[in-house]
Write a protein of this length. Structure first.
Ligand SMILES: N[C@@H](CCC(=O)N[C@@H](CS)C(=O)NCC(=O)O)C(=O)O
Length: 216
């Protein structure tokens, strides 16, 4: 089997989503941790011109964008499938991936998780409360909407694990470490879904580094 390598920064929720996908499929792989600044190096930018993680390599295929990577993994390693057969549930999965990529990550997690945890712990920066306050309206909408879409289903897009769960679980698990995340998730069905997700071997095998697991 061709070697699979994922380049990333340990703790990144997008990296973790890909790691989880491979763990769920029981596909051997290795993570190449990037050194600080390496994401913006000339060599890295030739493979990922946007300078982000993860970057996925499988033989001569180089791929970035987490949902594209997870869809590729699902096609190349079919069992267990990550996409619902029912086209309505597949549409729901795609919608939730969109919520993550357009609203939750850039407007909520990238602000609040950064201000509360990543900045202070990794970069030694102070928390900007005004930035957190400005992100809260979108945070409320995202959590309420994800909770509504989950409804009483076991997984975000129905009865089985899908790419929506793989992408959202690492994001919400990190967000739940912040006081804002903890309080918004309290009393939601999403919180119970997160507990169930955290019990999966794929989540347990891909824990964030210790420093990023401390409550802010
Ligand atoms: N749309 C990208 C987003 C990836 C992303 O934003 N990753 C973050 C880490 S969680 C990153 O690389 N941040 C570095 C930066 O913004 O310079 C994907 O799905 O892979």
């Amino acid at each position: 089997m061709t070697d699979i390598v994922i380049h990333g920064v340990p703790g990144s929720p997008f990296l973790r989503a890909v790691q989880m996908g491979l763990e769920e499929k029981q596909v051997p792989h290795r993570v190449k941790a990037l050194a600080p600044g390496e994401m913006k190096s000339e060599a890295y930018l030739t493979k990922h011109p946007f300078g982000r993680v993860p970057l996925f390599e499988h033989g001569d295929l180089t791929l970035y964008e987490t949902q594209a990577i997870l869809r590729y993994i699902d096609d190349d390693f079919p069992e267990p499938p990550f996409e619902p057969n029912d086209h309505r549930l597949a549409a729901r999965m795609n919608q939730i991936i969109g919520i993550n990529d357009w609203y939750f990550f850039p407007k909520v997690a990238a602000v609040i998780v950064f201000q509360r945890i990543v900045g202070p712990v990794l970069l030694g920066t102070a928390t900007d409360q005004a930035a957190i306050d400005a992100a809260m309206p979108m945070a409320r909408v995202c959590i309420a909407e994800l909770d509504r879409l989950l409804g009483t289903q076991p997984f975000l897009a129905g009865d089985s694990l899908s790419i929506a769960d793989l992408m959202l679980a690492p994001q919400l698990d990190f967000f739940a470490e912040t006081p804002e995340g903890e309080s918004l998730l309290a009393e939601t069905r999403l919180k119970h879904w997160l507990v169930r997700m955290n019990e999966r071997p794929s989540m347990r095998a891909t824990l964030r580094p210790e420093a990023l697991r401390r409550a802010a």
